[in-house]
Design a binder for this molecule. Structure first.
Ligand code: TLP
Length: 389
């Protein structure tokens, strides 16, 4: 059995070597690359053959008129999986969060408590303020993606002050927390925040763009993980691999309001069943693959830690994201290493002045991970030697 295992492994390695030595294709920069390993994000996946067939054959009608059967089926399925009364398909995670915050904060002068490093605050063009008129009260995100519970309680405004102060109406969490390394927020913490929200008559929204990653990594069913939340936004076009879309889940009355806002924001789409059909396939076929992404992320993180000039915090590599830090003394900038990697067909994103983000998804194989590691090692050596050709 062991011999067989070794033989299979050798065949894989030979195939791998042939691939590396083999034919070149055109990369993003127009240069010839041996292969492309796109680790910029889990948003970069291409729809699979099954998804394309499902899209081609989707039974559709006008969803703005509420008549698209495929959208209905998909939304019902999502509501059931998430343990909420209703669901709504929307074009993006950004719109899902914006709609959710705006529904909870429909009274002007509302304030939301959220992490200073969360996606809603950092990457969504400040839409909750500019479009929603909602005031953000940011608290420091700890390195595990949570906010300090005492600080949350202290930040809730007393209703007596409403002549002067904005009124706290909502708390937002992000699970997994992308900027904190794809870390999982525990069910205990989520329940506690839900309890505090309830005590003060506030709502709890979870940006669950990668909530399935969290559920799998924590071993907690997703409906349980979000039980305390009044609304959750779930991205279908990240780890799940659907080409487009997010879903908002919540109570029936919440979703009725969300539907109206979706139309206001231009997110009502007509024969949207075409997109929902692909998302349904993603749910059926890719959910269980998230676990493999997490395992590959660990292999990647471990390999990066073997490279002298780089370091990864292994405890923060809980799901499909790997952030590596570059030692200051190495004089390698994240931009430079990404540029050199791109010449090898390995795509990555600088995350800060000293770190790079790599994200795993179902179209990254273990062999891709090893290839990426080889290229990263080579890039580090090249840059350190002063030759980047
Ligand atoms: N995140 C993208 C970038 O915007 C950074 C990525 O590549 O990770 N919530 C979270 C936690 C997200 O990570 C993202 C996208 C969104 C919301 C927004 O989703 P989309 O891109 O569909 O608007």
């Amino acid at each position: 059995m062991r011999c067989l295992h070794r033989l299979v492994k050798s065949i894989v390695l030979v195939k791998e070597a042939l691939l590396i030595l083999g034919s070149k294709t055109q990369g993003r920069t127009g240069k010839m690359v041996r292969r492309t390993v796109d680790l910029r994000s889990d948003t970069v996946t291409k729809p699979t053959e099954t998804m394309r067939v499902a899209m081609a054959n989707a039974e559709v009608d006008d969803d703005v008129l509420g008549a698209d059967p495929t959208a209905h089926r998909f939304e019902s399925e999502m509501a059931k999986i998430m343990g909420k009364e209703a669901a709504l398909f929307v074009p993006s995670g950004t719109m899902a969060n914006l709609i959710s915050v705006m529904v909870h904060c429909e009274v002007r002068g509302s304030e939301v408590i959220l992490g200073d490093n969360c996606h809603i605050h950092v990457y969504e063009n400040g839409g909750i303020s500019t479009i929603g008129g909602v005031h953000p009260r940011t608290l420091k995100n700890k390195s595990d993606g949570t906010m300090d519970i005492a600080e949350i309680e202290a930040a809730i405004r007393h209703p007596d002050g409403e002549l002067y102060f904005p009124s706290t109406r909502l708390i937002c969490l992000e699970n997994t927390h992308a900027n904190c390394g794809g870390r999982c927020i525990s069910v205990e913490y989520t329940d506690k925040i839900g309890e505090i929200a309830k005590q003060h008559g506030l709502k709890l929204h979870i940006d669950g763009a990668r909530i399935f990653n969290a559920s799998i990594a924590l071993g907690v069913p997703v409906h349980r993980l979000v039980q305390a939340a009044d609304s959750v936004s779930v991205c279908l076009s990240k780890g799940l691999g659907a080409p487009v879309g997010s879903v908002i889940v919540g109570s029936r009355s919440f979703i009725t309001k969300a539907k109206r806002l979706r139309k206001t924001l231009g997110g009502g789409m007509r024969q949207v069943g075409v997109l929902c059909a692909a998302a349904h396939v993603a749910l059926r076929e890719n959910l269980e693959k998230l676990e493999e992404d997490h395992q590959r992320a660990k292999i990647l993180a471990d390999g990066l830690n073997q490279i002298k000039q780089l370091s990864v915090n292994m405890t923060s590599t809980e799901t499909n994201m790997v952030y590596f830090n570059i030692l200051e003394s190495s004089c390698i900038s994240p931009e430079k290493i990404c540029e050199v990697l791109e010449e090898h067909g390995v795509l990555a994103m600088p995350a800060s002045a000293t770190s790079v983000r790599l994200v795993l998804h179902h179209q990254i194989s273990e062999s891709d991970v090893h290839y990426a590691l080889t290229c990263i090692k080579q890039a580090v050596d090249q840059i350190t030697a002063g030759s980047t050709k």
